[in-house]
Design a protein around this ligand. Structure first.
Ligand SMILES: NC(=O)c1ccc[n+]([C@@H]2O[C@H](COP(=O)([O-])OP(=O)(O)OC[C@H]3O[C@@H](n4cnc5c(N)ncnc54)[C@H](O)[C@@H]3O)[C@@H](O)[C@H]2O)c1
Length: 298
């Protein structure tokens, strides 16, 4: 048996919005392998995530916290972070929607990428794995042709540039090298008409950026890889267009070599592999965890 043992390692996981997020499953898998898991959640989501980690009222929520050995998912700390911002100097409260402005105005923590990563490094002394599981477009339901310039740029910034910014901030705190893993989708390579609002462009950028980053941090033994996941009904995916996304899950399942949809646990398992010494020579790679759908011509 070759065990994956990440004890002593610190994994910084972005993108947990609820207990359906890919990042939730990824965090659990990293903890099950022995890592100390630190979450960086959107500032509007930290309260929701904290509740999901504590609630005892809903048996489904309790079950979703369980690790294979029966213990609970227990991230060691949760930091707020809005990946739109590299430093707090980027925050323009007056440009935000009213409810977000009120929320952010009350916050005392530095919720920029730079501030959050510096706080993790100060509190834990190291970062060994960085998970990028963040994407957003406010015009996701609009086809590319109808997407505004503003929404397109915002989608690129949050969904693609944030990988550059997070890697730049985290790499200096990876003393023994490390592993950066991001999530992409086949819509970054092929035309998926409903994948709008600039998201397909953002994923295409993410895919080339991951390869470039692999080069730039490779000399520090930091590896950068992406997982191209098959469609799965997370909160973000459900917001695409009611009905459309469910159809795409059915289509992918029917047209994949394995003839079934993916399970989020399979994305978590592949992430764990990429964060482990078993993947020590794997970098600049896109690993398809999609039941083989990418191989098909239909
Ligand atoms: N669900 C799918 O079918 C699918 C398929 C392939 C790839 N992906 C990718 O997987 C990743 C995770 O998505 P998911 O499906 O788990 O959905 P999700 O909604 O659970 O996760 C997306 C996360 O992005 C966070 N986020 C959005 N804007 C942010 C910001 N400005 N700052 C910080 N966080 C922000 C949200 O809070 C949320 O937690 C995304 O990159 C997505 O594109 C999803």
């Amino acid at each position: 048996m070759i065990p994956i043992d990440l004890s002593g390692k610190v994994a910084l996981v972005t993108g947990v919005g609820d207990n359906d997020s890919f990042a939730w499953y990824i965090g659990k898998a990293l903890q099950a392998a022995g890592a100390r898991v630190v979450l960086a959640c959107h500032p509007r989501m930290t309260g929701i995530v904290e509740k999901l980690l504590e609630t005892t009222s809903d048996p489904e929520d309790v079950a979703k916290r369980k690790l294979p050995d029966g213990s609970d998912f227990k991230p060691v700390k949760i930091y707020p972070c809005d990946v739109s911002y590299d430093t707090m100097a980027d925050v323009k409260l007056e440009e935000l929607p009213e409810s977000t402005r009120r929320h952010y105005a009350k916050m005392t923590a530095d919720y920029s990428i730079g501030g959050m990563v510096a706080a993790v490094a100060k509190d834990f002394g190291r970062i060994d794995a960085l998970i990028h599981s963040v994407a957003f477009s406010r015009e996701i339901t609009k086809p590319l042709l109808d997407t505004s310039r503003k929404a397109y740029h915002e989608a690129m910034g949050i969904s693609a540039y944030s990988l550059v910014s997070l890697t730049r901030a985290a790499a200096p705190h990876m003393p023994d090298g490390g592993s950066v893993v991001g999530l992409t989708y086949i819509g970054g390579e092929r035309v998926i008409p409903y994948y709008g609002g600039g998201m397909s462009t953002a994923k295409a950028a993410l895919q080339l950026d991951a390869k470039q980053l692999a080069w730039f941090v490779g000399e520090k033994n930091v590896r950068v890889n992406l997982i191209s996941a098959g469609p799965y009904a997370s909160r973000a995916a459900r917001s695409i267009r009611p009905g459309e996304f469910e159809k795409s899950i059915e289509h992918a399942a029917a047209h994949s070599p394995l003839r079934r949809p993916i399970d989020p646990q399979e994305v978590a398992n592949a992430t764990l592999f990429l964060c482990s010494p078993l993947a020590s020579a794997v970098t600049g790679h896109v690993l398809y965890v999609d039941c083989g759908y990418h191989a098909m011509g239909t």
